[in-house]
Design a protein around this ligand. Structure first.
Ligand code: M6R
Length: 614
């Protein structure tokens, strides 16, 4: 939610900042802007709409050759996406400029105070008050770092702020509370970014900041303090991916590239999890085996696609460990006063590690003495930092707003957690765990087989450009897959798409079925239980009412042939692992249909990659 860049060094800041914004545009694309400091003056340019609008404006306006600058790409909260509400926001005399991510909750009262003092605020944003407050401080004679510390002590809410002062071209100053910010450490230059993608082409050395910290970057140094001015230290780390991971690599969309990266992402997320004796080993889990044995309830909290990964996890954890699992939307969790204690394990799933709803859920859980284990793809992000343990997924950067490889690797981490708990609690024998691990390690090849059949799915998608509504049905672990398929179609193709548990259909939703309605059916593998046969009955029921059934089913499933208008085959895999292959055609379907409809797949309307406001 909003991308922020800061630079000070020897290069021309304009190029560095705009390039950084391009790599962060997936975080928000309602407007973009830049502020440069040159010859004691600020040059600010900002435009509503995508970054391309700003780039065009900059080309016409010819900005000065500054070597200090900040930039912003916005996901609007306060005030519509207009030029005026775009960041950066200057202070009263145009000496300080500020970019911001988050929400300043007490902005209305601060604005009132400033207006009483005669300040004229011209935007509808909460950000502009920070610019005026900072400028008031530096005009009174303190440096920008001190000004930032003082102002942050007055602010409530969640924010990352980055500021420059025209009178001090040596530094860029930033602050964070509950909102992301990382420092890029270069030679003779330093960077700030909402995430490392902002500066990955210049440096892979990064500094993670803590809560309520102010950071000052100059050409030659980085210094960190608390809001009270006490010196502090960030955690330095090396980014283990490079520029190529942040490029499309010949694909039309990041999302499509990321779909095809899934076999590798799944393999990487499984790597190094077994000891030479065959036991499962999760090195980031800092909760003792004894504490894990005492866990008598697990609550999974997550949002969106990560929530659906949690729903799949429930089937696996309960089946393998016999421990009860609840899955809850993070945004609802703390408001219902959940029953928690020290033997409740909270599992927070988040690709970005910055989702505000999930972060607030784990904070609440920790106040109730529950342990928190995070499943996360982003090193250095807030959710793993505030958790007792973390299983990192190794998907590499996910830039497409619609999560794909993030989801598959979250599933892998959930399976690993379930098996680890089974090992610790002794609910499965070692050889059973070994067998399931072998099956998991075979999954990248199965996912590749599904990807190799992409043309059939693409053709199917293109034949649905006139469709206005699609239903998705699934059962058991296929039910969350149906929900995820529907979410992908909603967010990318802007279609009415709904996922249902197939057995629930006859209790109401079947009334939606009419002649020609496409119904995508995720068919469970044939097994000893009745899952498959029950699903076939559900398919018959919708078909009898005129639906066109698009079935995703295990290869060789002859029972489904008679009832499928279209059939996408899946490799034979165990029912609990089937989501890893079954969701892939649904991702391809949504990506291709949205492309055929002329939509921007990587930047769907109204969305942002990481949702850092509640
Ligand atoms: O970064 P997180 O996994 O916490 O994000 C959660 C959701 O915002 C995210 O999965 C969202 O639903 C995606 N746009 C889905 O494609």
């Amino acid at each position: 939610m909003c991308g922020i860049v800061g630079y000070v060094g020897e290069k021309r800041a304009q190029g560095v900042v705009v390039e950084g914004l391009r790599r962060l545009e997936y975080r928000g694309y309602d407007s973009a802007g830049i502020a440069l400091v040159h010859d004691g003056r600020l040059a600010v340019d900002k435009r509503a709409g995508k970054l391309a609008n700003l780039e065009k404006a900059i080309a016409d306006d010819e900005l000065p050759p500054a070597s200090v600058g900040i930039g912003h790409t916005r996901w609007a909260t306060h005030g519509p996406p207009t030029d005026r509400n775009a960041h950066p926001h200057p202070g009263r005399e145009g000496r300080v400029a500020v970019v911001h991510n988050g929400i300043i909750e007490n902005f209305a009262e601060l604005r009132e105070v400033l207006e009483d003092e005669g300040h004229e605020l011209i935007s509808e944003t909460d950000t502009e008050v920070a610019a005026h407050l900072l400028e008031r401080e530096v005009s009174a004679g303190v440096d920008l770092t001190t000004a930032m510390q003082r102002v942050c002590r007055e602010l409530e809410g969640a924010f990352t702020l980055v500021a420059v002062d025209a009178a001090d071209p040596s530094r860029v100053v930033a602050a964070r509370r509950n909102s992301p910010l990382v420092v890029g450490i270069g030679e003779g230059e330093n960077f700030l970014g909402s995430d490392v993608a902002a500066f990955i082409e210049h440096t892979r050395e990064a500094l993670e900041l803590g809560q309520d910290q102010v950071v000052t970057i100059t050409r030659d140094g980085v210094s960190v303090t608390g809001f009270d001015g006490t010196p502090a230290e960030g955690r330095r780390y090396h980014v283990d991916w490079d520029l190529s991971a942040a490029e499309k690599d010949g694909h039309d969309w990041f999302m499509r590239k990321e779909i095809y990266e899934q076999p590798r992402a799944v393999a990487d997320s499984l790597l190094g999890r077994r000891t030479p004796t065959g036991a499962l080993h999760l090195d980031e889990v800092r909760i003792s085996d004894e504490e894990l044995r005492e866990v008598d309830k697990i609550i999974i909290v997550a949002c969106g696609t990560s929530f659906y990964a949690g729903m799949v996890a429930k089937y696996a954890i309960e089946h393998w460990t016999r421990t009860p699992v609840e899955v809850e939307l993070a945004s609802e969790f703390r408001y219902r006063d959940p029953i928690l204690n020290h033997s409740t394990l909270i599992v927070a799933i988040s690709q970005s590690g910055e989702t505000a709803d999930t972060l607030q859920a784990i904070r609440h859980a920790r106040t109730q003495r529950s342990k928190v284990l995070a499943i996360c793809n982003t090193n250095g992000s807030t959710i793993p930092r505030e958790s007792d343990a973390v299983i990192y997924t190794h998907a590499g950067p996910e830039i497409g707003v619609a999560s794909t490889k993030g989801f598959l690797t979250q599933l892998v981490a959930c399976y690993l957690l379930a098996l680890y708990l089974a090992q610790v609690k002794g609910t499965r024998y070692g050889d059973e765990i070994t067998e399931i691990m072998d099956q998991l390690e075979a999954m990248p090849a199965h996912i590749q087989t599904v990807l190799d059949n992409d043309s059939a799915v693409y053709e199917l998608a293109r034949s649905h450009v006139d469709t206005r509504s699609v239903l998705f049905l699934g059962r058991h672990a296929g039910y969350p897959v149906a929900l995820e398929g529907a979410l992908k179609l909603k967010e990318l193709a802007y279609l009415h798409a709904e996922g249902f548990a197939a057995g629930e259909l006859k209790h109401g939703p079947i009334a939606l079925v009419e002649e020609g309605l496409p119904v995508l059916c995720v068919v469970p593998p044939r097994g000893r239980d009745q899952l498959h046969d029950k699903m076939v009955s559900g398919i018959q029921e919708v078909r009898a009412r005129g639906a066109r059934t698009l079935c995703i089913a295990e290869e060789g499933d002859t029972a489904i042939l008679r009832y499928a208008d279209e059939l996408i085959p899946l490799p034979k895999v165990p029912v609990l692992l089937q989501p890893l292959v079954a969701v892939v055609p649904l991702q391809l379907f949504a990506c291709e249909l949205a492309t055929a409809l002329g939509h921007d797949v990587d930047q769907p309307r109204n969305l942002a990659k990481s949702v850092t406001v509640e």
